[in-house]
Design a protein around this ligand. Structure first.
Ligand SMILES: Nc1ncnc2c1ncn2[C@@H]1O[C@H](COP(=O)(O)OP(=O)(O)O)[C@@H](O)[C@H]1O
Ligand SMILES: [Mg+2]
Length: 131
């Protein structure tokens, strides 16, 4: 369970995070389609941490469950938090001028999705894709 952390503080950090996730997904042996799903989800969640969460950190881990391996990504920030998580997970809902498909899309693209957000404290989103 080696975890690596990368900052999400600038647009270029998003590019770097995408590259790290792509490489990890390749090394895990995910199919090209699954690699793209994971990179797309990571990109959306990293962007959310940067734009809505005032910057954050991505943690990348290889996890194992009953001999099955997976990639677990955690995006955490100390931003304003999300007042209504269910609303935020609605397709097309945005508090700003985004497309409102980041959270809902990431949930669909991954096998596991958990979100913990507290007003004034921040947001943590953890996603897993199993091989
Ligand atoms: N890390 C975060 N911190 C605070 N609010 C967030 C965060 N991530 C998502 N949100 C809120 O959830 C909404 C929906 O997110 P998302 O589906 O990615 O759409 P978009 O980013 O296009 O607005 C955002 O508009 C924002 O209000
Ligand atoms: Mg978004």
């Amino acid at each position: 369970m080696d975890g690596s952390q990368s900052p999400l503080k600038s647009p270029n950090d998003i590019v770097l995070a995408r590259q790290l996730v792509r490489r990890a997904a390749q090394e895990l042996g995910l199919s090209l389609v699954d690699q793209t799903k994971v990179v797309t989800a990571a990109s959306e969640l990293a962007r959310n941490a940067l734009i809505h969460g005032q910057g954050g950190v991505m943690t990348l881990e290889v996890v194992e469950n009953s001999g099955r391996r997976g990639l677990r990504l955690t995006f955490s920030d100390h931003g304003p938090g999300i007042p209504d998580v269910n609303l935020a997970l609605t397709d097309g809902w945005t508090s700003g001028n985004g497309l409102g498909l980041g959270l809902s899309g990431a949930r669909r693209l991954m096998n596991e999705f958990t979100i913990d957000s507290q007003i004034g404290r921040g947001t943590q989103v953890t996603v897993v894709r199993w091989k």
